[in-house]
Design a protein around this ligand. Sequence first.
Ligand SMILES: Cc1cc2nc3c(=O)[nH]c(=O)nc-3n(C[C@H](O)[C@H](O)[C@H](O)COP(=O)(O)OP(=O)(O)OC[C@H]3O[C@@H](n4cnc5c(N)ncnc54)[C@H](O)[C@@H]3O)c2cc1C
Length: 390
Amino acid sequence: MPVRATKRGAERTPLAGDYDVVICGASFAGLAVARELAGSGASVLVVDRYEIGERQTSACAAPTEWLDNLGLGASIRQTFRDLVIHRPAKTYRWTLPWTFSTFDYRQLCELLAAQGDFTFDTAKVDGITRGTVHTVHTDRGDLRAPLVVDALGWRRVLSEKSNAIQPPDARLSRGLEVHPPATGDDLELWLDPKYIVPGYSWAFPAGDEVRTGVGSFDPHIKVKDPTVRLADDLGIGTEGGYQGNWIPHRLRPATGDGVFFVGDSAGHCLPTTAEGIRTALYFGLAAGRELRTVVEGRQTREQALSRYASFSADHKWAFDWLWRVQTVFSGMNKYPAMDTALELTSGPRAVKWMFRHYLNIAPPSFALAGARPWQVEPWREPGTALPEAA
Ligand SMILES: Cc1cc2nc3c(=O)[nH]c(=O)nc-3n(C[C@H](O)[C@H](O)[C@H](O)COP(=O)(O)OP(=O)(O)OC[C@H]3O[C@@H](n4cnc5c(N)ncnc54)[C@H](O)[C@@H]3O)c2cc1C
């Protein structure tokens, strides 16, 4: 359960001090790291410029088994077995071998934070001075720790090279959505050039709202107009305002100059689908487990950095492969070749095969207690003996 480092309001004091671990960013990635350090005896500070769960920047859909395995099921708003894909001339319904759920962001963050054992405070992180003990510079004072995690999202604030990855010329996608009050039964995607050519559009129901938006793989293409068009076409409007963000679509180094990068800061969001919550949790758990062994004196910081970096890099093939799919897909979207591709892949066996492999990039068993990198069970459909047997 997190505690506050300083008081709020007029009694707010400068934030500065020495810790074993400083985790910058209190969203999916940062909170997953913190969770793994609970009970280790380490002094852990988590900082974010907003309160925990205050700013949602995502449609918040993730594989249900991941949420359940992390004890976050109470945040689920709706669960879907089917994925409905709209092309201009035809709609496909894919029945997945596992389910996706939409969840409440604030509630999920609070549940995840409650599994941790850390001090939390709000501060804007500005940079770092590296050393055996790093100094993290914030707008409220300097924080010192030998173990520092950048879970600050796509900006990669603690990287020396962060200036090289600014939009719109960086390897980023962009996404924008609205959350109007409405209801729906299906998780829907549009591969429709009417809204966007290099990208896709979505409508994800979550109880009493339908999270509706457009993502562009080309960072130069603005997505507000197509988002409004889609919401108008669905008859749900744009009440409640817009939320959006940049989304990295290439894997980046997961460590650098003694710092651990996790989630979007490490480019852990999957290309093609822009699914970044599951992977932020997955790599967050991996980083947290390595950090835990450091604070328990079982390995050095350098060993943990090396193990975590190679664990992340071991997934490069999957990120590269999905990036190639994204590139091909962007080129095909306005041509009949896309319809042919969907016809070829829409059979139940093909859908099961694709989604089983896709889930196994970051399988839900990793969320279970005790799982360590490279010792994780691949996901398989209940009742099948081996992953290859289905
Ligand atoms: C419109 C949209 C919809 C999406 N929908 C989905 C979806 O349905 N499913 C899915 O899996 N993925 C989705 N994604 C991708 C997903 O949101 C990200 O991959 C995911 O949020 C990454 O988690 P993270 O913890 O690494 O970073 P973030 O969630 O971006 O968290 C970064 C944290 O750092 C804080 N922060 C940033 N800079 C500073 C600073 N300088 N000082 C202090 N704090 C700072 C922020 O306040 C934030 O709390 C979507 C993305 C967008 C843009």
